[in-house]
Design a protein around this ligand. Structure first.
Ligand SMILES: [Zn+2]
Ligand SMILES: [Zn+2]
Length: 215
């Protein structure tokens, strides 16, 4: 057990080695970074936090409900942590989508698209909660299509994963910028730029305009 794990009256609390969730970061992305920062297997960290990595469990959807305050207390995180992700999930539901059908999955695991330009420019590469949304296909910041799979091995991007134990981790690249299956640099493919002025291009801008409530 890591020395950073301490018992309190409320249960196990992680007081050290807890990465601060990044803006827009998905919980499943952060969990993978947490396990790496703790130097422990993901399964063990999840057990400490009283989660089970059961088949079909979706941390991005389930963590952002009533369970979130408890997680923040257990990890000594500010109450505003995951605010954007939680708001995104609640807005999905407010627009009439069931989270289970609106989010990308693959074989019962949380699946992401990714923006190679975002990954290339982030000091700490992470997975944006919006990259899980089935209808979210473009990066507004870089005006490009999100990539659906690893450009090299064609694998889907799924999380949470034990980054240290993945092919990327074993190759010395334990980073979310890397394909966890083949270790390719996901930022190594040129962005597919999109001209949003073209008629007929369905974008999340249109989604925003339709619902007028996206953050
Ligand atoms: Zn981007
Ligand atoms: Zn790959």
């Amino acid at each position: 057990m890591s020395a950073s794990l301490q018992l309190s009256i409320a249960g196990v609390v992680l007081r050290h080695g807890v990465p601060v969730p990044l803006t827009n970061e998905a919980p499943s992305s952060w969990m993978s970074r947490l396990a790496m920062a703790q130097g422990r297997p993901l399964k063990e960290i999840m057990a400490v936090l009283q989660f089970s990595l059961r088949q079909g469990w979706d941390p991005d959807a389930e963590l952002l409900g009533a369970r979130l305050p408890q997680l923040l207390r257990q990890c000594c995180l500010h109450q505003s942590a995951f605010a954007y992700a939680a708001r995104s999930m609640s807005l999905l539901i407010c627009t009439g989508s069931k989270a289970s059908s609106a989010l990308l999955t693959w074989r019962d695991r949380s699946r992401f698209r990714c923006c190679p330009a975002c990954l290339a420019t982030s000091p700490i590469p992470y997975l944006d909660i919006r990259w899980r949304i089935a209808d979210w296909r473009h990066c507004l910041r870089h005006s490009c299509l999100l990539e659906d799979r690893c450009w090299k091995c064609d694998a889907y991007i799924t999380y949470p994963v034990d980054m240290e134990q993945s092919a990327a981790g074993q190759a010395g690249h334990a980073s979310q910028r890397r394909c966890q299956r083949c270790s390719a640099d996901l930022a190594g493919v040129g962005p597919a730029y999109v001209d949003f002025r073209r008629p007929g291009v369905v974008t999340q801008i249109e989604l925003y305009r339709r619902h007028r409530c996206w953050p």
